[in-house]
Design a protein around this ligand. Structure first.
Ligand code: PMP
Length: 296
C-alpha cells in the first residue's frame, strides 16, 4: 500500500505529489538526518514521549538543532493522522541537516533542518506476529553509533536484500561473535531454562522504544530479563527467539538459517509478551489476536 497522501514538509501539510526537497539536502547528500517511526493504534500514539526523547538525543548527536518542542512534535504527528484519517499504522518523521547552495562536508555553523513526515496505514498485529518470521545471520557492517537513529540505512537495506534472497524475512546482525540486533528491530532469546535475554544498551544497538515497552511490563508479567550480548549459537539453540520494533511490535522468530527454533512455532514466553504488550496498547485481544490467547 502506498503511504497516505497528505504529508508534512517544513511546516506545511500538502499532497505527497507536491512535496519537494532540494537535491542539495544534507539528508540526500550525506545521510545527515535523524528519523523516528512511531506506531499508531486506535488513533493513539504508542510511547510518543520515548520517541521524542530519542529524537532529541539523535539530533544533538548529529549536530542538528531540535526545530520543535515536544508538544510541537506531538501536534504535528496528531495533525498528520487526523488529516489522513489514520487509525492503525505508523508515522515516519525525518529531520535532516537542510539544503544549502554548496555541497560542503562540514556545512554551515548552524543548520536549518528540513522536516518531513508521512503517515502509513498498516496492520501492527498481523500475520508475522501470528505465524513468526525467518532470519539469517549477517555481518554487521554498520557505523559505530547505532544508538542514534539516523538514515544511514544502507547496511540494513542490503541485509534485507540478502535475507530475502536466502528465503528469510530479516537478518540478525553479528559483530565480534555476538548478535547486535536485527536489521530493523531488537533481538531477544529465551534459553531452554527460560531465561529471557536481550543485548544491553550501548552504541552497538538502537535503544528500541518497543524494547523499553517490553521491559516496562516485567513487573506486571512477572518475568525478568537479562541484558547481555548473546551469540549466534545461543540463538540457534534457544527455546524461543523474538524481535521488537514499532512497526512489527513483538514478532516471533520461528526459523534461523532455515532451521526451526524450538518446535518451529511461536513459543509460550513470546505469546505471553505479545499478550501483555497488545493489552497495554489497548488492543482487543479476542478480536485481533485470538492466537495470542492460547496458553501453553
Ligand atoms: N533496531 C534497529 C536497527 C531498528 O531499525 C529498529 C526500528 N527502527 C529497532 C531496533 C526497534 O526500535 P523501536 O522499537 O524503537 O521501533
Amino acid at each position: 500500500m502506498p503511504v497516505c497522501q497528505i504529508v508534512h514538509l517544513n511546516g506545511s501539510f500538502l499532497p505527497l505529489a507536491e512535496a519537494r526537497i532540494s537535491p542539495l539536502d544534507r539528508g540526500f547528500l550525506f545521510a545527515h538526518a535523524a528519523y523516528e517511526v512511531t506506531a499508531v493504534y486506535g488513533g493513539r500514539f504508542i510511547d510518543m514521549p520515548g520517541h521524542l526523547t530519542r529524537l532529541s538525543r539523535t539530533l544533538a548527536g548529529i549536530a542538528l538543532p531540535d526545530p520543535l518542542s515536544p508538544s510541537g512534535w506531538e501536534a504535528l504527528h496528531k495533525e498528520l493522522i487526523v488529516r489522513n484519517d489514520l487509525n492503525e499504522g505508523i508515522v515516519y518523521l525525518e529531520v535532516t541537516g537542510g539544503a544549502y547552495d554548496v555541497r560542503d562536508f562540514a556545512g554551515p555553523e548552524t543548520f536549518v533542518p528540513t522536516v518531513f513526515a508521512y503517515a502509513d496505514s498498516r496492520k501492527l498485529i498481523g500475520a508475522e506476529a501470528r505465524d513468526g518470521i525467518k532470519v539469517v545471520f549477517l555481518d554487521d557492517t554498520r557505523w559505530k553509533r547505532r544508538d542514534m537513529k539516523t538514515v544511514q540505512l544502507l547496511s540494513q537495506g542490503l541485509a534485507y536484500r540478502t535475507a530475502k534472497a536466502r528465503g528469510a524475512d530479516t537478518a540478525f546482525m553479528v559483530e565480534d561473535g555476538f548478535v547486535t540486533e536485527a536489521a530493523s528491530s531488537n533481538a531477544w532469546i529465551v534459553t531452554p531454562s527460560g531465561e529471557i535475554i536481550t543485548r544491553h544498551l550501548s552504541p552497538a544497538i538502537l535503544p528500541g522504544i518497543t524494547r523499553a515497552g517490553v521491559m516496562a511490563l516485567r513487573g506486571k508479567g512477572g518475568f525478568a530479563v537479562t541484558e547481555r550480548a548473546f551469540t549466534p549459537d545461543e540463538a540457534v539453540n534457544a527455546a524461543e527467539v523474538f524481535t521488537t520494533s514499532s512497526g512489527a511490535m513483538v514478532a516471533p522468530v520461528t526459523h534461523i538459517e532455515g532451521r526451526p527454533v524450538g518446535d518451529g512455532k511461536p513459543g509460550p514466553v513470546t505469546r505471553q509478551i505479545q499478550r501483555l504488550y497488545y493489552e497495554a496498547m489497548g488492543a482487543d485481544l479476542a478480536a485481533v489476536a485470538p492466537w495470542a490467547m492460547e496458553r501453553a
